[in-house]
Design a protein. Structure first.
Length: 266
């Protein structure tokens, strides 16, 4: 019940493969989770809806042992608390530029004594979970992902990755391209150069490197570079069967099996 699939997978030295949710739809969320990802990424930074409109999605994820990654609009303790209280067990914090900001992300997401999160989780009521069971396990199950998207974040990457309580350090190629003066060009040589040694620098701090691409071929390339938390598009872009096959092929990579094909024509 309280085991975070992302943490379990990374602890076993394997890759957490996931997909994003394209809309605040419980139906699409259920279909996405049934396709078998390790995590489902729910974005509240760039989407037009708020936490109340995704309130059942973390519960859908928990019922299938799929980590629910919620990205709030920023490093805000109120937004972080609300995402966790509806049942998310993983937070992705955008625009983290310093080790101090990364430490705040951990502090806001953890209960005392590790942090300052207030106590009133709502999701437990709907799953018949006792606070006596959940509260002692909450800090252990909660994973923290911090995003590097700016030149300042790039400069402070090593210090950010060293922050205790951070689980994944995530590179945002699109925002990096804009920050480096090449907006809309995530494959620009400057971006690719930064991404080349990103996984190794993060690994040296004992953390996993994360990234997102919609094209399965680019996701495979990221895995070969050493990224171990990889978001691979969504159910609408790949289709239900295509998503299942893509995830199966990616997992086979780590067992020396079949290689995933490039993005399917639609």
């Amino acid at each position: 019940m309280f085991e975070n699939t992302i943490k379990q997978t990374l602890a076993a030295s394997r890759t957490a493969w996931g997909i994003s949710l394209p809309d605040a739809s419980e139906f699409v969320a259920a279909l996405s989770v049934n396709a078998g990802p390790d995590f489902l990424w729910v974005d509240l930074e760039h989407r037009p809806y708020e936490v109340d409109q995704i309130r059942w999605i973390p519960i859908i994820c928990r019922r299938k042992n799929c980590a629910c990654v919620v990205r709030p609009a920023g490093l805000d303790p109120q937004l972080i608390k609300k995402a966790l209280d509806i049942g998310a067990n993983t937070l992705m914090i955008p625009q983290v530029n310093t080790a101090e900001e990364a430490a705040l992300a951990v502090r806001y997401a953890k209960y005392p004594p590790e942090g300052s999160r207030g106590i009133s989780p709502l999701w437990t009521f709907f799953m018949d979970v006792s606070w006596d069971d959940y509260l002692p396990a909450a800090n252990r199950e909660t994973a923290i992902i911090v995003q590097i998207e700016t030149p300042e974040g790039m400069k402070n990457l090593d210090a950010i990755a060293a922050v205790e309580g951070v689980d994944v350090v995530f590179a945002g190629p699109m925002d990096l391209s804009a920050s480096l003066g090449h907006i809309g060009q995530p494959r620009h040589p400057k971006v690719l150069r930064f991404l080349e040694d990103f996984p190794e620098r993060v690994r040296r701090a004992g953390k996993a490197a994360g990234v997102t691409f919609g094209d399965p071929k680019q996701c495979q390339e990221a895995w070969e570079q050493g990224f171990r938390f990889i978001s691979c598009g969504n159910l609408l872009s790949h289709g239900d069967q295509g998503t299942r096959e893509m995830l199966a092929n990616f997992r086979a990579l780590e067992n020396g099996g079949a290689r995933p094909a490039g993005k399917r024509e639609r």
